[in-house]
Ligand binder design. Structure first.
Ligand SMILES: [Zn+2]
Length: 323
């Protein structure tokens, strides 16, 4: 099946569209400028007022039309201090936004000729923009489940054996799709899996009027009373669906992430795993937008980032990604 054919025309954004909109670095820079300072108007420190700015040909800066003071639209974004061309950054985002299962740094290394380290660092930076910390699920039906990444034992549904400390737990909540909206997911790498942790997440991200579906694991025991209704499926008796009682939607998301991440991670830090979860959730939560997810990536990339979030050069990939 050709997946492209399934995307409605108004939601398509093909590589041809990309090449037309962003033929070179200058086009990307102009886009960034317009996103940050519409109409090229922004505050000039020297004039101490809003001024129109003009592009300096040959340099990635704009200058005040009154006093000539220069500004860079890249300042404060993930592109600042990067020696990688802006168009390559845009292309990396286009690739990331256009897949369901993610894309490896290896692939962009092969396609563009940048080093693996550069490609890895770009992806790492882009992923860092994709978190949605304050998102609250508003659906009336929410599934909750946990899964584990890394460690020696096979990844997947299995809860860790005692002493298997290499596994990083991830707790997920997923609202089921309704006529009004496409169901969204929130996946959180957590230091532990306890009923306190579960209650904290419910309190923070799920409306009290929701019905929550889980399996029979003990950490979900105290959920009743915190939400409108708590329904549980008895997996240990090999029952997976009873009417609307199941956790299949969130489990489908876990398999999507696992397929994407591919091979086994060893000793992946929680913070690092979280950025992968954020990337998969960001796309999943916009899956009704077709290829226009790219626009959402661009929007994030044009926002300012905290100064510490821009990584120092010389940082090396901590893990080997799947090829
Ligand atoms: Zn000025």
């Amino acid at each position: 099946m050709n997946r492209r054919q399934t995307i409605p025309k108004h939601l398509r954004y093909t590589i041809r569209d990309f090449n037309e909109q962003f033929p070179d670095d200058a086009a990307c820079l102009e886009h960034l400028m317009q996103q940050r300072f519409p109409g090229n108007v922004t505050y000039c420190d020297k004039c101490q007022q809003e001024r129109k700015h003009y592009r300096i040909i040959g340099r990635p800066v704009y200058s005040c039309d009154h006093c000539g003071t220069q500004i860079s639209p890249m300042a404060g974004t993930i592109f600042e201090h990067s020696s990688t061309s802006l168009r390559l950054w845009y292309y990396a985002m286009y690739l990331m936004a256009s897949t369901r299962c993610g894309i490896s740094a290896k692939q962009i290394q092969r396609e563009t000729g940048v080093t693996y380290k550069t490609a890895w660092r770009m992806f790492r930076q882009i992923r860092s923009l994709l978190s949605e910390p304050d998102m609250q699920l508003e659906g009336s039906a929410v599934e909750m489940d946990e899964t584990y990444y890394g460690g020696k034992a096979k990844q997947g549904r299995g809860r860790p054996m005692r002493g298997d400390k290499q596994k990083t737990p991830v707790i997920g909540i997923m609202e089921r799709s309704s006529k009004k909206r496409v169901g969204r997911v929130k996946a959180m790498a957590t230091p532990d899996v306890t009923s306190e942790r579960v209650l904290g997440i419910v309190h923070e991200h799920i409306l009290p009027k929701s019905t929550v579906f889980t399996d029979e694991y003990v950490i979900y025991d105290r959920l009743g009373g915190r939400v409108k209704e708590h329904k549980r499926i008895n997996h240990s008796s090999k029952v997976y669906v009873m009417g609307d009682v199941h956790t299949n939607t969130i489990e489908g998301f876990w398999s999507l992430v696992k397929r994407g991440i591919g091979g086994v991670y060893h000793s992946v830090s929680q913070k690092y795993l979280q950025t992968y979860l954020d990337e998969f959730s960001f796309r999943y939560n916009r899956r009704d937008q077709g290829n226009l997810i790219f626009k959402a990536f661009l929007q994030r990339a044009c926002e300012l980032v905290a100064p510490h979030a821009v990584e120092a050069s010389g940082m090396t990939p901590a893990i080997q990604e799947p090829f």
